[in-house]
Ligand binder design. Structure first.
Ligand code: C2O
Length: 493
């Protein structure tokens, strides 16, 4: 679809009333028929993201754990969309075909993958893949229409981050383009990006692994949504980061199969630079939401502080050198499916400082640092992180104590990097000042310790699921490949 200015409009997949998805399916089918060594074939396009096959030109290019995550995937989608559009036209479809996006956070109706990707479940459907999170005794399968929880799909911590550069910020920390899967992922890369990968892929499905993910046709709609959230953020944040970010070049193939290049500076404005934009679907349009006085469904947790209106990408506001550790846990924790809690002891001398820093009037931010994370493989499990969570919590209680989520897309690549990097751990940084205020009635309540709880965020059965009742109420007893967390600490600054 194009608007009156000839700008392509990417539409929300579950709100479509036209043939966009049907044409996507036909074009994907066409691309799958092309020989795998053709650069515009389905398999070659996916291998540009990642592959376990012997490398060919431009294989394994994806940028993760890095401030190049957002621009690289914008470029990747741009050329992919052009290649699909050319296939649509070849099949005599509409010349203004655009890649749809999947806005899983809009409401519960949108939080399962669109039917076109799971029905019919056979080879006649080019959008169906079997390699997605299956049903277990604890949760329904993705191809049964399982619903992703709002805490899994939340972009609250990303949109609340005032700056672009840094792992606690929107876009990720500085990294040369060859240094990948380090603990520099920005908030949008963590959630919803990594979380949705894990939730859709589960323990073994394609979406859980960088080398397989782009073979699942839903991958591209997930990334269009991530790109849309960035485009939205860019409306209130101008001035891109420093030249090392702006001027790095990345190669791709265009629909003619020729190698082409782009830099982040050339993709900053989707309309001006790339001639596309996104439609706007209000959350209330399809499902009457709660009364306006209640929080919007997609803004979950007290951590969802009001978005600070930054005027720039925050280039000036580099990490505060005075950031200071005010508490730490003295034990490690292993996550293997079931809930785990760990006490974080507050440093007595820093207690007052934490109290001050958690006040709204104080410009400092309070961070929960989850560090030295290691694991052999992405378990697919997404864990919600909660502060001072009571026992046997119900949904509203979970909501109230929610700090953010953690998931582990690419953790096996951190352990065994390509090239000459050595193995390393990853980390997550969640801002919790707003949460401490809301739990303590305006500021940190001055406890001796904070309890940090990790609980798996399970998939929910869709309405009418025949075995909806059979899934247990609490996740105790769930099992997943283990993840070790070496250090949990609190800092202000
Ligand atoms: Cu490069 Cu969502 O992956």
């Amino acid at each position: 679809m194009v608007n009156e200015d000839g700008v392509f409009i990417r539409q929300e997949a579950r709100s479509l009333t036209d043939e966009t998805l049907a044409w996507y399916a036909r074009a994907v089918g066409r691309m799958k028929e092309r020989p795998a060594e053709e650069v515009t074939s389905w398999w070659y396009q996916a291998a540009i993201h990642g592959s376990t096959e012997p490398p060919k030109p431009l294989y394994d290019q994806c940028k993760h754990g890095s401030w190049f995550f957002l621009p690289w995937h914008r470029m990747y989608l741009y050329y992919f969309e052009a290649i699909v559009r050319a296939a649509v036209v070849e099949l005599e479809g509409p010349e203004d075909w655009c890649l749809p996006y999947w806005n899983y956070a809009l409401n519960e109706e949108h939080a399962s993958i669109p039917e076109a990707f799971r029905e019919p479940q056979d080879e006649s459907n080019p959008l169906y893949v079997e390699q997605r999170a299956p049903r277990t005794e604890f949760e329904p399968g993705i191809n049964e229409g399982a619903i992703l929880k709002a805490r899994t799909t939340s972009d609250a911590s990303a949109t609340a981050a005032p700056n672009f550069v840094g792992p606690e910020e929107f876009g990720g920390g500085p990294n040369p383009p060859t240094r990948l899967f380090f603990g520099e992922a920005g908030q949008l890369e963590l959630s919803p990006h990594n979380a949705v990968h894990g939730a859709v892929g589960g323990e073994e499905g394609w979406m859980s692994f960088p080398e397989e993910a782009a073979k699942d046709p839903i991958f591209w709609l997930h990334h269009a949504n991530i790109d849309r959230i960035w485009a939205e953020w860019e409306k209130t944040h101008q001035d891109a980061p420093q030249p090392e970010w702006r001027n790095e070049t990345f190669p791709f193939f265009n629909p003619a199969g020729e190698e082409v290049e782009l830099t982040p500076a050339q993709v900053l404005d989707t309309i001006v630079d790339l001639n596309y934009t996104y439609d706007v679907i209000p959350a209330e349009a399809e499902e009457p939401g709660p009364e306006p006085s209640q929080p919007e469904p997609e803004k979950v947790g007290a951590a969802a502080a009001p978005a600070m209106s930054g005027s720039g990408y925050g280039v000036e506001a580099m990490p505060n050198p005075d950031r200071k550790v005010v508490g730490a846990a003295d034990q490690k924790v292993t996550l293997a499916g079931s809930p785990e809690a760990i006490p974080v002891t507050i440093d007595q001398r820093a207690k007052e400082e934490l109290k001050e820093a958690s006040r709204e009037s104080d410009p400092r931010r309070v961070f929960l640092n989850i560090e030295d994370i290691e694991g052999e493989v992405n378990p697919g499990t997404v864990y919600g992180v909660y502060v001072n969570l009571p026992k046997d919590p119900d949904e509203p209680t979970l909501e109230k104590h929610y700090a953010g989520n953690i998931s582990f897309f690419g953790i096996e690549r951190a352990r065994e990097p390509r090239g000459d990097e050595h193995g390393h751990s990853i980390r997550y940084i969640l801002e919790i000042g707003g949460l401490l205020r809301s739990l303590g009635g305006g500021e940190f309540s001055g406890d001796e310790e904070l309890d940090v709880t990790f609980r798996p965020l399970r998939l929910k059965p869709p309405k009418g699921h025949p075995e909806a009742e059979s899934f247990p109420a609490q996740p105790e007893g769930m099992q997943a490949p283990p993840i070790q967390i070496g250090r949990v600490s609190l800092s202000v600054g």
